[in-house]
Design a binder for this molecule. Structure first.
Ligand SMILES: Cc1cc2nc3c(=O)[nH]c(=O)nc-3n(C[C@H](O)[C@H](O)[C@H](O)COP(=O)(O)O)c2cc1C
Ligand SMILES: Nc1ncnc2c1ncn2[C@@H]1O[C@H](COP(=O)(O)OP(=O)(O)OP(=O)(O)O)[C@@H](O)[C@H]1O
Length: 323
């Protein structure tokens, strides 16, 4: 698979493709339907398949002062495209100039990119002031258009903007249901206060998270952590460790059946389900008793959510560690 950066003023020579178009934050089940339809169309027409996305987030161009967080980084989208066996990811550089193209100029751009079939959702909007829609796409004759009907959950469209608040509220299991795999964030393992391994006897890997991600609300989660291509069951805490009165928020995980040194390694934390709120304990001993309970509770959730775990391992191409 190839990732091609595209500047609207300098469109490179591209192969003929069936391509889906959108920002694709999170690659939820609605996005997945577009991806499947694109692959099918490419196969039927014997042409290449592509995902067209934009970078940076159009919102960042119009509101540069706003700090934006996402469910997926561009690298995550590229990974997902590879998992779905796409031939190309086209990353169109989103600028004010691109945003000001009129409907016909936008069609011409896609024509110059050799798009043979464009696959989009029923509510796709494009061109200056979002004046383009599926109706205007159907009226042009540069390329075929396939429109995907709304993919719903409980009669409401599945969308990135519906999933984000679920994660922010700790309703990760609901978010996971809308994606089909567990929500995850990536970062580098950094040094904590070392209380986990010394005072508590329960070592934790502290995550210096890539701050592009939406971080779930403070709380304790049953989850998984991947190190290299290996997946481990884990319990994860996001919080301020009130028992020790930390000043900063930490994201840390205790990995089951694991005791390697992974400082400075890139790892991914996967959130399956929230199991409790973070609490202040009156002693380290009480906290430790609770943590031992959390291990058992997390393992039970991992077993109950086996399908979700397996699908997540499949998407991220990790080997699942059975405990
Ligand atoms: C699953 C899990 C749950 C936790 N729950 C709490 C909690 O409820 N209250 C609290 O003060 N700290 C909690 N902690 C944080 C511990 O206090 C923390 O692991 C310990 O301070 C070690 O931190 P360190 O890695 O900086 O040494 C939890 C940690 C984990 C891994
Ligand atoms: N649930 C869905 N059903 C059908 N098409 C969808 C669905 N969600 C997104 N799409 C389509 O997928 C493409 C990418 O959409 P986009 O990146 O805007 O996702 P979104 O989840 O709708 O985002 P947001 O919540 O930010 O509006 C668009 O063509 C859009 O119409």
């Amino acid at each position: 698979m190839q990732v091609i950066q595209i500047d609207v003023n300098q469109i490179p020579e591209l192969e003929e493709t069936a391509a889906c178009i959108g920002f694709f934050d999170g690659m939820h089940k609605g996005h997945q339907e577009l991806l499947k339809r694109t692959k099918k169309t490419a196969k039927r027409k014997q042409i290449q398949s592509a995902i067209i996305t934009f970078e940076p987030d159009p919102w960042a161009v119009f509101y540069p002062q706003k700090e934006l967080h996402h469910l997926f980084t561009l690298a995550d989208k590229v990974h997902f495209a590879e998992y779905m066996k796409f031939d190309f990811v086209y990353v169109i550089h989103f600028t004010k100039e691109l945003a000001s193209l009129d409907i016909n100029q936008f069609h011409e751009m896609l024509y110059q990119m050799h798009i043979h079939s464009l696959i989009c959702g029923f509510d796709f909007r494009y061109a200056a002031k979002n004046t383009g829609n599926v109706q205007t796409l159907r009226e042009q004759s540069y390329f075929d258009v396939i429109v995907v009907d709304s993919i719903n959950d409980r009669s409401i469209k599945i969308s990135s903007s519906r999933i984000e608040p679920l994660i922010l509220q700790g309703q990760v299991l609901k978010a996971n249901r809308l994606c089909g795999f567990a929500y995850s964030i990536e970062g580098i393992v950094c040094h904590g206060f070392k209380r986990g391994s010394t005072i508590l006897g329960i070592p934790t890997a502290n995550l210096d998270v890539n701050n592009e991600y939406v971080v779930p609300v403070v709380g304790v989660y049953a989850g998984m952590v991947s190190v290299g291509d290996q997946m481990y069951g884990a319990m994860i805490n996001i919080g301020n460790n009130p028992t020790f009165e930390n000043k900063i928020q930490t994201i840390e995980a205790n990995l089951f059946n694991f005791n390697d040194d992974i400082y400075d390694q890139t790892v991914r934390f996967y959130f399956l389900d929230k199991i409790r709120d973070e609490k202040k304990f009156s002693s380290a001993k009480e906290l430790k008793t609770q943590l031992l309970n959390d291990i058992e509770r997390s393992k039970k959730r991992l077993i109950a959510l086996e399908k979700l775990c397996n699908k997540t391992c499949d998407v991220w191409q990790k080997q699942y560690f059975q405990f």
